[in-house]
Design a protein around this ligand. Sequence first.
Ligand code: NAP
Length: 295
Amino acid sequence: MPDCMTYSAKKILGLIGRNISYSYSPCIHNTAAEALDLPYYYTIFNIPSPDLVPSALEGAKALGIAGFNVTIPYKQTVVACMDRLSPEAEAVCAVNTIVNDNGTLTGYNTDIAGIVAPLEPHKPLIDGQPAGIFGNGGAAMAAIEALTTHFSPSLISLFVRNREKGDELCRQFQDRTPLIQLSIHSLDDYTALAKCRLIINATPIGTTGVDSGYNNCIIPHGTGAIHSSQIIFDMVYNPLETRLLQMAREAGAVTIPGIDMLVSQASRSFEIWTGKPMPLSTVKAKLQKLLGNTG
Ligand code: NAP
């Protein structure tokens, strides 16, 4: 007979998003909670449309769900449902972590910390040099915020497919951070890319199963845009080594895989919910095994 402790109540955490059955977050957080013997269980809440998000969060208050992560496409949608926002969430107007404190919802953005952590050891190389970011979505915004608040690049170039959206993002940040110069480029401006010391891919291009129409690599082979004095950070984490990272490694550049960001942002969320640091090596080993088997 199982003893009664087997059934003792756990605090529920979960991921809010759409089509997120693929997510590795349950593996990350349940591994961490089990390793530390903490009474938490992390699950997935697939919400099919944005109009259901406010009622889902009201229900969560009534049920006493302890907290959430939020992913595509609801990081901006949930902002209006928060009672409080952390300064980072307010800065990028996007929430990826929610704490429910007896019916009061506070929204945080741990993507920024997730970007800063793997870049921190390379700060001396990044400061004073041009940086480039592919994309103009939520992750690109978090990258701009991370670079402007924790580093001092000489210039941030955004490489985008939709110039209007890129210009809008630039205007938004330029008002707040007039000291950092932002510029917009097309995806194939390889001359500007080659000048960047740091290149961050904040688009889904490179993800297993995503047909991007770019041979699944944001920079085609043989352009000369990637070389040995660069740091290439790909936010894509499935596969563990994307074609972009493979190309960068072969060129002798420093590479930062998306799994480093995934674990760093998750670790910050875990600490916000539980007050305990995440056991990083245990989580990374479990995740690498899982991704190694699927990627
Ligand atoms: P998002 O808000 O939907 O933005 C996606 C961006 O990618 C947009 O700028 C979009 O351009 C661009 N894009 C999409 N498909 C493209 C294509 N075929 N060619 C050129 N540009 C394309 O998504 P997000 O939240 O920023 O996330 C972006 C990526 O980062 C995703 O793959 C996500 O999984 C990854 N990510 C990873 C972590 C991690 O922990 N490792 C955390 C957050 C995000 P348009 O605006 O023109 O559509």
